[in-house]
Design a protein around this ligand. Sequence first.
Ligand SMILES: *Cc1c(COP(=O)(O)O)cnc(C)c1O
Length: 404
Amino acid sequence: MNTRRKALKTISAIPFIGALIGPSIVTAKVAEEAVMKPLARDFFKELGLRTFINAAGTYTSMTGSLMHKEVTEAISYGATEYVNLDELHDKVGERIAQLLECEYATVSSGAFGAMTIGLAGVMCGMDEKKVAQLPNTEGLKDEVIVQKGHSIGYTHALINTGAKIVEVTTAKELEKAINKKTAMLWFLNANTEKGEIKWEEFVALGKKHDVPTFVDCAADVPPVENLFKFTKMGFDLVCFSGGKGIRGPQSAGLLLGRRKYIEAARLHTPPRGTTIARGMKVNKEEVLGMLVALELYLARDHKKEWALWESQIQLISDSASSVNGVETEIHVPPHANHVPSLKIRWDESIVKISKPDFRKQLVNGHPSIETVGSEKEVGITTWMMEPGQERIVAQRVRELLANA
Ligand SMILES: *Cc1c(COP(=O)(O)O)cnc(C)c1O
């Protein structure tokens, strides 16, 4: 029994305290504070690091997202017992597949890791000789076809296997590019609008030529429906980041889809050692954290959460636009980071500060606030904030603009 449960049991066993404090929920809260507070060390402070309010979004450089208590409890639980790694992945894979109504699933080392092992699985199947030979692709299908507008840095996850990227623009070009070396077709959901070929046609082209299709949906929850949509649509493999909208461990992710490819993908991962994905280990702590984060995410009241984000963005927008010379725009990106978002712009002849300098002042202030932006505008989202922080951001933004 861990210390907290022990304390809870002790406290609830004393009728006097129970009666004094009242409902059990209050008891639990008091007990938790009593047990957890003295243990808490301010690690970031000890290391001389500043923490900040995240008004930017889910960025790797900003350590992604914050995990709910249930998730960190699952992680702590995982650290207390041994279990067979493959058996754990088997069970959790089945459980996630059931939750997301797809054939199979595995917890990966982020969406990026999911892409590497997914493609490796497609290339090598269950042939252990082939698994051992990567990244040497001799004798293997090793071309991945990608639309030019989708061909950005994330394709590095694919070439990690030793495969090559073949860029095309039209459906006709894609069909012409398919040959006996074609391993897979890869789609970047965030750039859907930057490619001529959309989802259904892309899937149909794969099926027509018997080539598996993969969609990178790393930043595509919300909406929650996306966790189901693309496997049902017929993509053979789909990946999501664990530590973005799902708020699981930032170095975990999900690979969903066809069982035969995911089982093959697993052959590249630990405990097996002489493979390209030996360094993409996902141990029990993150496997459990990912599972629990997903369960929590599915159970969340998504409408209520959306309404909260909208009101938070509105508050910051109103606060910023109350300053003379400032204008704001609320928008929702159609794909990836699909959340209420704010753009703030101003006439620098009236509000005399550049956008980068303004953002720097927010970072250097108290508390420190991180945003995104360019020379032309400042970008803010609230979905990675703790409730209440939007008020601090609204106030700081107005203050800095009004005083510029
Ligand atoms: C974040 C992101 C990735 C990488 O995901 P990780 O979970 O950090 O590995 C890949 N593709 C896209 C489109 C992303 O936004």
